[in-house]
Design a protein around this ligand. Sequence first.
Ligand SMILES: [Zn+2]
Length: 144
Amino acid sequence: MSNFFNNLRYKFARWMQGRYGADNFTRFLSFLLLGLVVVNLFVRSGILSLLAWAVIIYMYFRVFSKNISKRYAENQKYLALEAKVKNFFSGITDPAKRAKNREQRKNYHIYKCPQCKQKIRIPRGKGMIMVKCPKCGNEFKKKS
Ligand SMILES: [Zn+2]
């Protein structure tokens, strides 16, 4: 019997060769799926169970995908977004960070370069000034 399972595991490992497998985004999707299933225990909505199935299919599509570079890029995008969300919430909950943000707002204006959208920090209280974008060299007038 254990031979049968070993054989099965071996076959599965061979089948998985060259396929992407699980990553952080897979983990997120499985949590999302769990959330959907638990919520649906109470609401029993057809749309939610359809959504849960869509998540399952998408999750396995990614795990068994052979387009590894594309799946990897998706995971990088997911990680960047996750970092952004974490950063946003720590900006709300972390008192040291909040104090620092408040200090920044008091002493500096944050402007975006109209040409390349680079964020530029300008000290407040200097009247109208010419701002030179450090990235693209574009100059524009701003009230500081
Ligand atoms: Zn610029």
